[in-house]
Design a protein around this ligand. Structure first.
Ligand code: PMP
Length: 391
């Protein structure tokens, strides 16, 4: 008789290793303080960097769009699922990113799958940072392209891989703009220089850089002044932009190609128009409120320096993503649990998301955290860290 024995064994093994993670069910929307089991908890792990999820302009835009368009788009983009609001949003997004065109996907994950999956063929080579996001890895796996992986941010290895790739039709170097587990920034200027030297395309996933890096949060290309030299910029609408969705900002010819080839674009219903309206409003908010991004960075700098002063290891962090490296998976989850007892939610992240000995509790600082919130978390960190002899 068919049964789930093998699954049960795998789950038991996860429990033994302290890696079993039931879902946390929240009783309020994404905010600095959220309700968990009837209790108010300081939340320090969401990607809602600028607090836009609850911005009044965005909520109003969504409600108006529901009144006008209803709650769904009714089709994939290529049939009746390209509504005027979606068309104009893509024009606005391209203007914002400083590219010829932009194309929206249902999520950042499917943007990576759609773009990499359709762009790379058996005669191409993709050269990828070892710490790139899972959606990049999966996007590459969908293709028959030759793969090379360079050690994290190791530019000598990247150059060696490029040197050895002359025989391929297309060479594409792929990197996260900001690395999601470590909070460090890719060395994009060097990557661009090397790519130019060896006639390669540059592909950057700015999921954690959108709304965070660059003028008005335009991303890592803008941050480094590399406009026109990065060929493919992926972004999400799911993190700092506060809603959900993904996009590619690129040349018009690539957009045209993707409209005909990218499978998640072709075969999955388009974004809910109220979500598009929300993202539209968010781009406007970003352009008008530099103070939100300033506050985000001020909070991140303050928190990181205080965490380090307590004696914790924040690894390579240089953005609002601030991991505290613990190591052992079980100890990592225990640290996260203790913090929750103190009223602070910070997600423990363990293998296979990170290496087995690199378990960490990852803090994501937002513009909506007050100085009092940050001090509250620091106090909790002090207690929990001492209790576990981490500091
Ligand atoms: N790329 C990176 C670097 C990410 O961190 C994420 C989100 N975890 C994604 C892509 C996927 O984005 P989304 O949540 O919009 O699917």
């Amino acid at each position: 008789m068919a049964d789930w024995n093998t699954l049960e064994q795998e789950l038991e093994q996860l429990k033994k290793e302290g890696r079993y993670r039931p879902l946390t069910v929240w009783e309020s929307g994404s905010n600095a303080w959220m309700t968990l089991k009837g209790r108010s908890v300081l939340q320090m792990s969401s990607n809602n960097y600028l607090g836009l999820t609850n911005h009044p302009r965005m909520k109003k835009a969504a409600i108006q769009a529901i009144d006008k368009y209803g709650v769904g788009s009714g089709s994939v983009r290529t049939i009746t699922g390209t509504l005027d609001i979606q068309h104009y949003f893509e024009l606005e997004l391209a203007r914002f990113k400083g590219t010829e065109a932009a194309l929206v996907f249902q999520s950042g994950f499917t943007a990576n799958q759609g773009v990499l999956g359709s762009l790379l063929g058996a005669e191409d080579v993709v050269i990828s940072d070892e710490l790139n996001h899972a959606s990049i890895i999966d996007g590459i796996r969908l293709t028959k392209a030759h793969r090379k992986v360079f050690a994290h941010k190791n530019m000598d290895q990247l150059e060696a891989a490029l040197q050895a790739s002359a025989g391929f039709k297309k060479r594409i170097v792929v990197t996260d703009g900001v690395f999601s587990m470590d909070g460090d920034i890719a060395p994009l200027p060097t990557i661009v220089e090397l790519a130019e030297k060896y006639d390669a395309f540059v592909y950057v996933d700015d999921a954690h850089a959108s709304g965070v890096l660059g003028k008005n949060g335009k991303g890592s290309t803008d941050h480094f002044g590399l406009h026109g030299r990065v060929h493919i910029q992926i972004g999400t609408l799911s993190k700092a932009i506060g809603a959900v969705g993904g996009y590619v900002a690129c040349d018009q010819i690539l957009k045209d190609y993707l409209i005909h080839k990218a499978r998640p674009f072709l075969f999955s219903t388009s974004q809910v128009p109220a979500v598009t309206a929300t993202c539209f409003a968010a781009i406007r908010v970003l352009q008008q409120s530099g103070d939100l991004i300033e506050k985000l960075w001020e909070n991140a700098t303050y928190f990181r320096s205080k965490v380090q002063a307590l004696g914790f290891n924040t690894g390579m962090s240089e953005t609002p993503i601030i991991p505290i490296i613990v190591g052992n998976p079980a100890l990592t989850m225990k640290f996260s649990d203790l913090l929750l007892q103190e009223g602070v939610f910070a997600q423990g992240i363990v293998y296979p998301t990170v290496a087995m000995d690199k378990g960490r509790v990852r803090f994501i600082i937002t513009a909506k955290h007050t100085r009092e919130d940050l001090d509250f978390a620091l106090n909790a960190l002090h207690h929990a860290g001492r209790q576990l002899s981490l500091i």
